[in-house]
Design a protein around this ligand. Structure first.
Ligand code: ATP
Length: 149
């Protein structure tokens, strides 16, 4: 008789991240970060990471943006949460990510984290097409709407 399926354990995580903007020569631009997926593809996404104990989501978003992209950015307004599931080491993880609209005020994308393959500025409309995850494209759409773009 086949072994019964093992009970899958689950846990939840809370991250925070930013839609970081700057004014370029041809309009508003957004910073996207590319990571190599386990399959070897390049996934373009918004900078984000875990809210550490003792931190608020605003602080975590500002820190993760600095660490992942090399940019100093200030929060303009909240953009709401997204959530998704992924599996890590046989554990199903439900991740909630709180996003903020942010303005770049310093730093440089050339100082990005080694974890990121590349960090680039895209015109907002192009960023919307290039972002790899549906939920992050929704966040970018909300950002564009809030700017009236
Ligand atoms: P950290 O928790 O420090 O930010 P991490 O790599 O563990 O880093 P995620 O970036 O959430 O955390 O990645 C975990 C998994 O979820 C990866 O397989 C990634 O491809 C996937 N993932 C990342 N962002 C999204 C998203 N917006 N929608 C769906 N899946 C995503």
């Amino acid at each position: 008789m086949p072994a019964p399926p093992r009970e899958t354990s689950t846990r939840s995580e809370h991250s925070a991240g930013g839609v970081v903007l700057r004014e370029g020569d041809d309009g508003t631009e957004v910073a996207l970060a590319a990571r190599r997926t386990r399959r070897g593809d390049l996934a373009w996404g918004l900078p984000k990471g875990l809210v550490e104990p003792g931190e608020g989501p605003e602080e975590a978003a500002t820190r993760e943006v600095r660490e992942e992209t090399g940019l100093e950015a200030l929060i303009r307004s909240p953009l709401g949460d997204i959530s998704y599931w992924y599996v890590w080491d046989g554990v199903r993880v439900r991740k909630r990510v709180t996003f903020f609209l942010m303005d770049a005020v310093g730093g440089d994308v050339s100082k990005h984290d080694d974890e990121m393959e590349e960090v680039r500025w895209f015109p907002l409309r192009e960023g919307l097409r290039r972002a790899s995850y549906t939920s992050e494209r929704d966040v970018l759409r909300r950002a564009a709407e809030s700017l009236g773009a």
